[in-house]
Write a protein that binds this ligand. Structure first.
Ligand code: PLP
Length: 386
């Protein structure tokens, strides 16, 4: 039984993707040293990893993970509400709450699982969700699972969000406003203070996704830090998989909301807890982020050196997009840079809007200034060549 209709369905879809240059492929990539990757026989300096502080390779982080694995095993054995809630979780959640200035924190299996679990646990059919149009796929997934009415507002446009609220807020019971602290494909920051003001005015709950802010902006504490003080954003989610270098997701919030989430978020309740070694690694990495201020400043310094060299607007985070427009140009530019010894990935629709294919360059503490300068020259050449 080959189920011909299934095979044909898959084949036709793939042919269509290929024709549009939108087919994706998994390439074997070993991250063999901080900032260095190997693809096949080729060693490349990577400007494509989210391990902004190279904490995934930090000796103390690895040691903490090894010790926890030996003591408690490689797997958690059950979901957190059953027997998977090992002792390392408590410390990690306390660290997160302290770093973010919230009463409580909950750790999920990943950032994706956090968004698809927390949003539907709070919102329902008679509610309204307003989201920045550039929000990450998993925020959209979470919003759809909530079955609420969804409106998107123009990217970082507080006026547009206000207009939508004036038009629609009264038709719904509760309203959630979703944004990213640092936008994953654009590298710019959300106007969180202004959004919080708007949210308070319309009795809207603000939720920020800080996947790319933690460990990089706000002295490492993330995008809710505004001129040194923590903005009281009521729902702050993020991931332990990027600058933290491990895996997992979190939501920092009040005690009551956290308790509700523990009772209601399906992706927390019905999914196995994180491995002890992963939680121990995240915990050690957060300790480093909270104390090593020189380290957390590096990714942005490197990104700014790059934007200076190329005459681009000053980087606001560790992410700098180089817009190419068509998928073809983005793929060619990426290929060009690979020939020059650099790994930068072409980001194409549907990850980004049509006609905004780009190279997404990410900078990390592992890059030396000389690497960044040489990369800037190579990037300028690649842009001119395609
Ligand atoms: C990566 C990312 C996520 C998902 O986090 P994972 O821990 O990788 O599942 C969520 N939101 C944004 C903005 C991201 O960039």
């Amino acid at each position: 039984m080959t189920q011909d209709s299934l095979q044909q369905f898959a084949h036709e879809k793939l042919v269509r993707l290929e024709a549009q240059l939108l087919q994706r492929e998994l390439v074997i990539t070993d991250r063999i040293a901080p900032g260095i990757t190997r693809r096949g026989a080729t060693q490349l300096i990577s400007f494509a990893c989210n391990d902004y502080l190279s904490l995934s390779r930090h000796p103390d982080v690895i040691q903490a993970s090894e010790e926890a694995t030996r003591r408690l095993g490689v797997g958690a054995g059950a979901s957190r509400l059953v027997t998977g809630n090992h002792s390392l979780y408590q410390r990690l959640e306390a660290q997160l709450a302290k770093l973010k200035g919230t009463e409580d924190a909950i750790v999920f299996g990943s950032g994706y699982l956090t968004n698809i679990g927390a949003i539907p646990a709070l919102m329902g059919r008679s509610d309204l969700i307003l989201m920045d149009e550039a929000c990450h796929s998993c925020l959209y997934s979470g919003a759809r699972l909530a079955r609420s009415r969804i409106f998107t507002f123009k990217h970082n446009d507080v006026g547009d969000a206000a207009e939508l609220l004036r038009l629609h807020r009264n038709e719904y019971r509760y309203c959630l406003l979703l944004t990213e602290g640092v936008f994953s494909m654009d590298g710019d920051r959300a106007p969180i203070a202004a959004l919080l003001k708007l949210a308070n005015e319309f009795d809207v709950w603000l939720m920020t996704d800080d996947a790319h802010g933690l460990g990089v902006v706000g002295d490492g504490r993330g995008s809710n830090i505004d001129a040194g003080t923590a903005l009281p954003v009521p729902l702050q989610m993020g991931t332990l998989s990027k600058a933290v270098g491990a895996y997992g997701g979190y939501l920092c919030t009040s005690r009551a909301v956290a308790d509700l989430i523990r009772n209601r978020a399906r992706s927390l309740i019905y999914s196995t807890a994180l491995p002890p070694g992963t939680v121990a690694a995240a915990s050690k990495a957060l300790e480093i982020i909270a104390t090593d201020k020189a380290l957390v400043r590096k990714p942005i310094e490197r990104a700014r050196l790059f934007t200076d060299k190329l005459g681009l607007p000053t980087a606001q985070s560790s992410i700098v997009p180089l817009l190419l427009g068509s998928s073809e140009r983005a793929l060619k530019a990426s290929e060009h840079l690979q020939q020059a010894g650099y790994l930068v990935v072409a980001i194409r629709p549907p990850t980004v809007p049509v006609d905004t294919a780009r190279l997404r360059c990410t900078f990390s503490a592992a890059h030396e200034t000389a690497d960044v300068e040489a990369f800037a020259r190579a990037a300028a050449e690649a842009l001119a060549a395609v």
